[in-house]
Design a protein around this ligand. Structure first.
Ligand SMILES: Cc1ncc(C[n+]2csc(CCOP(=O)(O)OP(=O)(O)O)c2C)c(N)n1
Length: 321
């Protein structure tokens, strides 16, 4: 059972994700930073925060191009995340990639190859099983990724090898501009679990507590040696695929509908209705989060870029898993 403090902390993390990512997106649109345009999780914050709250120290997460939300949810330092996004030497990867990795926190890294992280997560789960410990691997992937062969192969192997893996499909309704209804011929992705002989569950991805419960059940199964679970969290992408996406493939009405589902509004209203948080305390939380983000941007701006002569350092495979 989550304590009231834990629920409030979940809301704070969701707000931090929203504000941190907005600042990152703004830096890109203002041409302060360049490179690959930011892929924001606006509207999807409850999935990461709910799922990561179900993990324990020592567990691992694997993410995609939309990986900042889980990094914040895992408690990574927002200043070092922002520094990485600004490609500064003080970032998690010394500013050499915006694919934030922090083994000590269980954040094994993100990847730009859609579904590429899924077999890696399966491999990590296999490694833990062979080591006979109870560490679980939680793998985030999108609805688009769910159609990649790498996901099917990993799920099948995880099923027959009974791996401690949680396959969390973050269904935000789109693969870039392609709606789910044009990607798959069934109503739900979680139903595929039956084909692998593993449990599958669908959850409201805009409710962090529901995600926490569903992923928690999957974690319990994985930790107790009962193998993998496929969880489909239905959510809404409130913005474009990338920050500069004008979303011409979506009607205004549809975008408005996604905005109305805002998980932060929903959860803050719920906590206020239940008397866990006053509106003044919520405003104060917003203010504090705003300050953390401001400090993070300043930290990134004031940090130096990586040195050219260090470009070929840190190219290694970890033996720490
Ligand atoms: C193997 C591969 N194919 C295509 C792409 C181009 N691409 C980048 S993001 C993306 C959409 C992925 O959609 P989804 O898995 O639903 O995740 P979302 O972007 O919605 O979070 C695609 C096709 C890629 N990076 N890697």
């Amino acid at each position: 059972m989550l304590s009231n403090e834990a629920k409030i902390e979940m809301l704070r993390k969701m707000l931090l994700i929203r504000h941190l990512e907005n600042a990152w997106g703004k830096a890109y649109l203002d041409e302060e930073i360049d490179g690959i345009p930011p892929a924001l999780s606006t509207g999807q914050e409850a999935v990461s925060v709910g799922a990561c709250a179900a993990l324990e120290n020592g567990d691992f997460i694997f993410t995609t191009h939309r990986g900042q939300a889980p990094q914040v949810a895992m408690g990574l330092d927002p200043r070092k995340i922002m520094a990485e996004l600004y490609c500064r030497a003080s970032g998690y990867n010394k500013g050499k990639s915006y694919h934030v990795t922090d083994f000590d926190s269980g954040v094994v890294g993100m990847g730009g190859i859609v579904a590429g992280q899924v077999p890696v997560a399966g491999g990590m789960a296999l490694a833990q099983k062979l080591k006979m410990n109870e560490r679980v691997s939680l793998c985030f992937f999108g609805d688009g990724a769910s159609n990649e062969g790498a996901v099917h192969e990993t799920t099948n192997l995880a099923a027959i090898w009974n791996l401690p893996l949680i396959l969390l499909c973050e269904n935000n309704g789109f693969c870039i501009s392609l709606p789910v209804s044009r990607q798959i011929n069934t109503a739900h992705i979680f139903e595929r679990a039956a084909a692998y002989g593993i449990p599958g569950e669908m959850v409201d991805g805009n409710d962090p507590l529901a995600v926490y419960e569903a992923v928690g059940r999957a974690v319990t199964r994985a930790r107790s040696g009962s193998g993998p679970t496929l969880v489909e969290a239905k959510t809404f992408r409130m913005g474009g695929h990338l920050v500069h996406d004008p979303q011409r493939y979506r009607s205004e009405q549809e975008i408005e509908m996604a905005r109305e589902q805002c998980p932060i509004k929903r959860f803050s209203r719920k906590l206020q209705d239940e008397g866990l948080l006053s509106s003044e305390e919520y405003s104060q939380m917003e203010e504090e989060v705003g300050l953390v983000v401001k400090e993070s941007v300043e930290f990134a701006r004031q940090s130096p870029p990586p040195k050219v002569e260090e470009a070929f350092e840190d190219l290694w495979c970890s033996e720490r898993c």
